[in-house]
Design a protein around this ligand. Sequence first.
Ligand SMILES: Cc1cc2nc3c(=O)[nH]c(=O)nc-3n(C[C@H](O)[C@H](O)[C@H](O)COP(=O)(O)O)c2cc1C
Length: 191
Amino acid sequence: MTETIRLLGMSGSLRKNSFNTALLRAAQELAPAGLSIEIADLSQIPLYNDDVREKGYPQPAQALRNGIRAADAVLIATPEYNYSIPGVLKNAIDWASRPPEQPFDGKLVGIMGASPGRLGTARAQYHLRQCFVFLNSTVLNRPEVMVGGAAQVFKDGKLIDEPTRQFVADLLKALSLAVERQRRLAGSTAA
Ligand SMILES: Cc1cc2nc3c(=O)[nH]c(=O)nc-3n(C[C@H](O)[C@H](O)[C@H](O)COP(=O)(O)O)c2cc1C
């Protein structure tokens, strides 16, 4: 029997009607049997302050770190703010990225994003990829899921555009294969 694959979803938007959170919900809906996606709550994470961290991680930041560590891969849905990563997401990544044992090290990451504009968060996604170079994560190169024209492809919080749904399904498939490959490699190293 195939082992369960657990993904942790992170949405870079706190908005109730967020297209990006809706994109993660669409991924949950499209997930094949054996793959589960939990969406992390980033809303309670305070602004990063190293003085605070030195005294101990605040509970919401610690919960995120634990969630990333426990997941086989992280699936991010990022908005694009001013051609870059929204503060909510960057702040959460900053909290997660500090010692000890920063949980993004070696972690598989899939990136997608939705925007009402035409470029579908392309610029934000490339900035995000750059952060994960420093964090030594393995970000999938393809498929790139850049959802433009979000007002047209979502209706009442549901992803209704079939080609876009297929892109999301393809990303989940690619992540699953990458997790399985990583498990095989870990198995052969342990032997
Ligand atoms: C501060 C701010 C900056 C934005 N900058 C961009 C941008 O650079 N590119 C873009 O495509 N959309 C930009 N937008 C529009 C967002 O794509 C849009 O608000 C989107 O719905 C945000 O994602 P969400 O629906 O998940 O909240 C910006 C919105 C805000 C609030």
